[in-house]
Design a binder for this molecule. Structure first.
Ligand SMILES: NC(=O)C1=CN([C@@H]2O[C@H](COP(=O)(O)OP(=O)(O)OC[C@H]3O[C@@H](n4cnc5c(N)ncnc54)[C@H](OP(=O)(O)O)[C@@H]3O)[C@@H](O)[C@H]2O)C=CC1
Ligand SMILES: CC(C)(CO)C(=O)C(=O)O
Length: 339
């Protein structure tokens, strides 16, 4: 047994955490299926680039087959659709009294709790912007909200310790009793980000586009109404204001949130979302089903329908399958599903 932290998934999100922790002298090891990346991080080091800070840090990194021992803290930072296979591989290395922290988008904490047990699951919400560029190189595009909390809302010694560790990386990290409220807020913003990836335009260009803003507003309204049906009161962050998308919001509030998101994303060196990168750069499937499709599944349990979310999922799949281009016309096909 070791108190070394294991980061499972050493890409944009996990790699940055690993580099900051290793630089601060915190014992950390990373695991990644990309062997060339693992070798680079362990030998010449992981290069963090971009406007936030630039440095190179050696961080021990192995492939899943090379992991030995058991760990009390494992940070899971793979894409949402890789959560289950990653859990299968990491569970033999999780101590009985250990915990998995999800540093992901979506409601992965539900899956982790199901597989590893609720007691061994901790939630996080991360909104910093980063891109994996090539083996051993990650762009840190912008700082963003980092929040940690137990899935049952309690605050324990281990939660405070995780908050302390995250604060090494992000001094404004928040310790919360309402992690689900942040995760649902990110689902609303996440749906908007998926919509921006229907085009090749930057996130900011989409948020600032007069014809697209109303569609982005209606999308967030759909997600926020499902959150409310779930008994969640989503939290604001970095320009995303959940209350602006709820019934009874003051006039102009949603438009202001969209303008704030255009402004927030104008300041990042990460011009496009991770979804755009999956589709246009990495040419691979996205997290759309576990991150966005799940919203309509939850809506159905409340007897609600989510026409925009459903159309968005279909369009993203059509792009993944090469049946549609990323274009203004494809965004227009989303707009057709507006109420
Ligand atoms: N990037 C960002 O700015 C943000 C991302 N997020 C979220 O954070 C999560 C992680 O995203 P991100 O870091 O961008 O993704 P990346 O693809 O950059 O990093 C994930 C890494 O994990 C590897 N991997 C995949 N499956 C496994 C596995 N079973 N075991 C070990 N490693 C594996 C991937 O390899 P391969 O590439 O070959 O699959 C990749 O190197 C996602 O849920 C994302 O939505 C949240 C906020 C911001
Ligand atoms: C845009 C970002 C970084 C949130 O700010 C994100 O979550 C993504 O790329 O999917």
């Amino acid at each position: 047994m070791t108190d070394e932290i294991l980061i499972w998934g050493a890409g944009a999100i996990g790699g940055i955490l690993g580099a900051y922790w290793a630089r601060a002298g915190i014992p950390v090891k990373m695991v990644d299926i990309v062997e060339e990346h693992a070798r680079a991080c362990s030998s010449t080091g992981l290069r963090i680039e971009g406007p936030v800070e630039e440095f190179t840090q050696v961080v021990p990194c192995v492939t899943p087959a090379e992991v030995t021992g058991t760990y009390r803290t494992i940070v899971l930072a793979v894409k949402a659709h890789a959560t289950r296979p990653a859990l299968d591989a990491l569970l033999p290395h999780l101590a009985q009294d250990g915990v998995i922290l999800s540093a992901q988008n979506g409601l992965n904490e539900r899956t982790i709790a199901e597989v590893a047990g609720a007691e061994r699951t901790m939630g996080a919400f991360v909104n910093y912007g980063a891109d994996w560029l090539e083996p051993g190189r990650i762009l840190f595009g912008n700082r963003g909200a980092v929040v940690v909390g137990e899935i049952d809302g309690t605050i324990r010694d281990r939660t405070r310790e995780m908050h302390r560790l995250l604060s090494v990386f992000e001094p404004d990290a928040v310790l919360t009793t309402e992690i689900w409220a942040y995760l649902w807020g990110k689902l609303g913003y996440g749906a908007q980000l998926f919509a921006t990836a229907l085009t090749t335009d930057s996130m900011t260009a989409n948020f600032a586009h007069p014809d697209r803003a109303p569609v982005l507003i209606d999308l967030a309204r759909e997600v926020m109404s499902v959150a409310v049906a779930e008994g969640i009161n989503p939290k604001p962050f970095n320009g995303f204001d959940p209350a602006a998308y709820l019934p009874g919001a003051p006039e102009g509030a949603a438009e202001k949130s969209i303008a704030d998101l255009a402004e927030f994303n104008f300041r990042t060196a990460k011009t496009h979302s991770g979804i755009y990168r999956d589709l246009a750069v990495r040419k691979r499937r996205t997290e759309v089903d576990p991150q966005i499709g799940v919203i309509s599944e939850i809506a159905a349990t409340h007897g609600m329908t989510t026409p925009l979310i459903d159309r968005l999922v279909t369009l993203i799949h059509e792009i993944e399958d090469g049946k549609r281009p990323m274009s203004a016309e494809t965004f227009g096909a989303l707009a057709e599903a507006r109420p």
